[in-house]
Design a binder for this molecule. Structure first.
Ligand code: ADP
Ligand code: ZN
Ligand code: ZN
Length: 727
């Protein structure tokens, strides 16, 4: 053992420090290597963050580390720098931050996978005979014919959207249709552009291309269908042509199989796709393939951001406005903001794209931090559909449906087109209630009502998951209960009554629980001519359906009057994203929004059709109130087992925050809007600051205090910097 050689190790504990260990014989592990250490009385997987010989340490108390798990660093220097930044910025313990950036298998200390031997690649035989093929087999052959190169199994699966097995391909080979060839050492050539770019698109691609190798952030701003994805593909091709890797973040991969297919068609065999739905082993394998630089493109959700990429050249964040980019527990990071930081650390350009950019991003284009790349019109010349309001005070609704909406649906269906009906509440009805004594079905653990799920015949809490069988009679007075309020399932039933015989698909989290159900849903939508699709905000995401003639939005009024900071902005984004589903392929279509407040400034703005003018009043409001992007917020949440314990702790923390507040307003503590969740009681304190620096100073100082005098174990304190919701 070199007696003087020490490493500083991060372990998965809620503590703000690194821990020193002495090294056994042999080379000192470097920053980014995992080690096994004894911590307290347990064994832990840790990650080395520093190694060397710091002076002035009392060596007598330092333990040796047990084993070095990795022969070389598995996290790169830039990723370690990004994680250290994230830990500071979000005031989250360094060890948890670092360990949680690893795929779960590595966090547990399992070894890196041995790279798989080269997979055979498949292609259609030049002399192929064509026996009668089933539909799956046809899809396989068409996929291979469309690709300009031979494809490995997983690339072919991405391209066709089918879950393929090796023996399925082997059977086609046995019939003389396709053949396997040895893995070509070289990556397949990138495909050429599939379309001629419009001048706006060309300008955007050129601007991004010129900054390859530099720090730059772009906001690609264009309505749905204006060709943003085409710009991503071109910019990615430019980076790949220079030997660079591209990271593309999307809010939810499962919801965007079309995007995955489009990218794999353009870059066959070059993509790694990473999301939390993958089984652990697969996730690790994909992560490692990207880390070794074996794929040119990494497509992933939020957490893919922390994947080391040795040749990173470009970062793209699609739908940058999507709240799914914000992690809502543990390290509460915003993947878009950390993507911008990663671009800064690695000196690569970052492209943020959206049809409805956040006020934060728009403001950054105004003050010169980001460059604005507007895409004016859709390449096919179609206009986004006009948005009209249906006044529900005049036109009463029955089970959510007004007669103008039903009439418009009827004529759209008669034209052979589809109607999308959006209601952002899943389940059947909102609540079971007793009309005689006023009893309602509350969750026993939360300040929330149970939602009726008719198909499952259960009442379910959407906050904690508690569920119970559907009651028929009031537990208080014994009278029959009635179902009140509206969810997608009830709307589905009402629509099937109004439009018997018309194909009807429901798309929400409950309808796509099982693997493959989403694909079935999307296929069903694509297969039908005239038909109805009812669903939650999932409907509004990036699917590209050519036959949507009408989008109906059932209820926006909650969003108009919520006190939550971003409710208005998010309502606007939801309506416009939903509207973007209509009017592809020629006819612009119509969007009808049902509201009891058509005179509300936001509803007036939505009908104007111009996003910039819609957000102008919101920006003015935020500026006047010192709210983001003109001020900076953090929310400190305290939760405990009793209301008194939480309140006492919250008072104490608020006092500490006030002691260190220099120009920072400390508001509260107050009970959270949902005070009781899952049998715990939540208090919160809001910090509002004119500068980031003051905000961070206050948080860091106060947090030092409560780290040194930790609150009792049953109380939890968490910090949310740049919260996207105050609830
Ligand atoms: P967005 O990502 O902004 O919604 P897309 O890139 O998906 O837009 O483009 C919308 C549609 O227009 C797609 O079907 C796409 O293939 C097509 N498209 C995009 N750019 C062009 C272009 N320059 N010429 C013709 N069609 C285009
Ligand atoms: Zn009753
Ligand atoms: Zn509950």
């Amino acid at each position: 053992m070199h007696p003087e050689a020490l490493v500083r190790v991060a372990v998965d504990r809620p503590l703000d420090q690194l821990f020193d260990y002495a090294c056994p014989d042999g080379p000192l592990p470097a920053a980014g290597q995992r080690v096994r250490v004894t911590f307290g009385r347990s064994e832990q997987t840790g990650l080395v963050l520093e190694s060397g010989q710091p002076p002035g340490i009392d060596r007598s108390r330092i333990r040796p580390l047990d084993t070095i798990l990795d022969p070389e660093p598995i996290l790169s220097g830039p990723i370690l720098e990004l994680l250290r930044f994230a830990s500071r910025y979000y005031h989250h313990p360094i060890g948890e931050t670092v360990l949680n950036a690893l795929p779960p298998a590595l966090r547990k200390g399992l070894p890196l996978p041995v790279p798989a031997p080269a997979e055979p690649r498949w292609r259609v035989r030049p002399d192929a005979t064509h026996p009668r093929l089933g539909p799956r087999q046809q899809a396989i052959v068409q996929g291979l014919e469309a690709s300009r190169t031979a494809l490995a199994l997983d690339a072919l699966a991405d391209l066709t959207g089918l879950a393929l097995r090796r023996n399925e391909l082997q059977r086609l080979a046995d019939h003389g249709v396709i053949e396997a060839i040895a893995d070509e050492a070289a990556t397949p050539p990138p495909g050429g552009p599939s379309v001629a770019l419009t001048p706006d698109q060309r300008r955007a691609v050129t601007a991004i291309g010129q900054e390859l190798g530099n720090r730059a952030v772009f906001l690609l701003d264009g309505v749905t269908g204006s060709g943003k994805t085409e710009v991503y593909l071109e910019a990615a091709a430019a980076a790949i042509a220079r030997g660079l890797q591209v990271l593309i973040l999307v809010p939810e991969i499962a919801l965007t199989p079309q995007l995955v297919r489009r990218i794999s068609r353009r870059f066959p065999g070059q993509i790694a796709a990473l999301h939390s739905g993958l089984p652990a082993g697969e996730r690790l394998r994909v992560w490692d393939t990207a880390r070794r630089g074996d794929r040119n493109l990494l497509l992933g959700t939020r957490s893919a951001l922390f994947t080391p990429l040795p040749r990173l050249g470009l970062v793209i964040v699609d739908e940058e406005h999507d709240p799914a980019y914000k992690q809502q527990d543990g390290l509460r990071y915003h993947a878009r903001d950390l993507a911008v930081m990663r671009g800064h650390i690695e000196s690569v350009p970052v492209v943020l794209g959206s049809a409805t950019p956040t006020l934060e991003s728009l403001e950054k284009t105004r003050d010169g931090h980001y460059r604005h790349l507007p895409l004016g019109t859709r390449p096919d010349g179609s206009l986004p559909p006009p948005v009209r309001c249906v006044d529900t005070r005049v036109h009463r609704t029955d089970e959510g449906l007004s007669s103008p909406l039903l009439d418009a649906m009827r004529s759209t269906l008669n034209d052979g087109r589809q109607c999308f009906v959006l209601l952002n509440r899943r389940g059947f009805a909102r609540v079971l209630a007793c009309e005689h004594c006023g009893w309602v079905s509350d969750c026993p653990h939360c300040d929330a009502r149970l939602t009726v799920h008719a198909a499952a015949r259960r009442s379910i809490c959407h906050l904690c998951g508690y569920s119970q069988p559907l009651a028929e009679h009031c537990p208080a007075c014994g009278q029959e209960l009635s179902q009140q309020g509206l969810g997608t399932q009830r709307l589905e039933r009402a629509l099937s009554r109004h439009f018997p015989g018309i194909p009807l698909v429901r798309l929400d989290r409950d309808s796509i629980r099982r693997r493959g159900e989403l694909e079935n849903c999307l296929d069903a939508i694509r297969a039908m001519d005239a038909g109805i699709v009812v669903g939650t905000q999932m409907l509004a995401k990036g699917h590209d359906f050519p036959r949507v003639g009408l989008v109906g939005v059932i209820d926006v009024d909650q969003g108009l009057f919520s006190v939550d900071l971003r409710a208005a902005e998010q309502t606007l984004q939801l309506v416009l994203q939903a509207a973007g589903r209509a009017g592809r392929g020629g006819d612009p279509g119509v969007v009808l929004v049902q509201t009891g407040h058509p005179g509300h400034p936001l509803m007036q703005a939505v009908q104007s059709g111009d996003y910039a003018s819609m957000v102008a009043p919101l920006l003015a409001e935020r500026r006047a109130a010192g709210m983001p992007p003109f001020g900076f917020l953090a929310l400190v949440r305290i939760d405990g087992p009793t209301p008194e314990a939480s309140a006492r702790q919250a008072e104490d923390i608020a006092r500490q925050l006030r002691r260190h507040a220099q120009g920072v307003r400390v508001l509260g503590p107050a009970p959270a809007p949902r005070h009781r969740v899952n049998r715990r009681f939540r208090e919160q304190i809001l910090l509002a600051s004119p500068t980031r620096k003051a905000l961070h100073h206050t948080l860091a100082q106060a947090r030092d205090g409560w780290q040194h005098q930790p609150p009792p174990r049953h109380l939890r304190i968490s910090i949310d910097v740049d919260p996207i919701t105050l609830a």
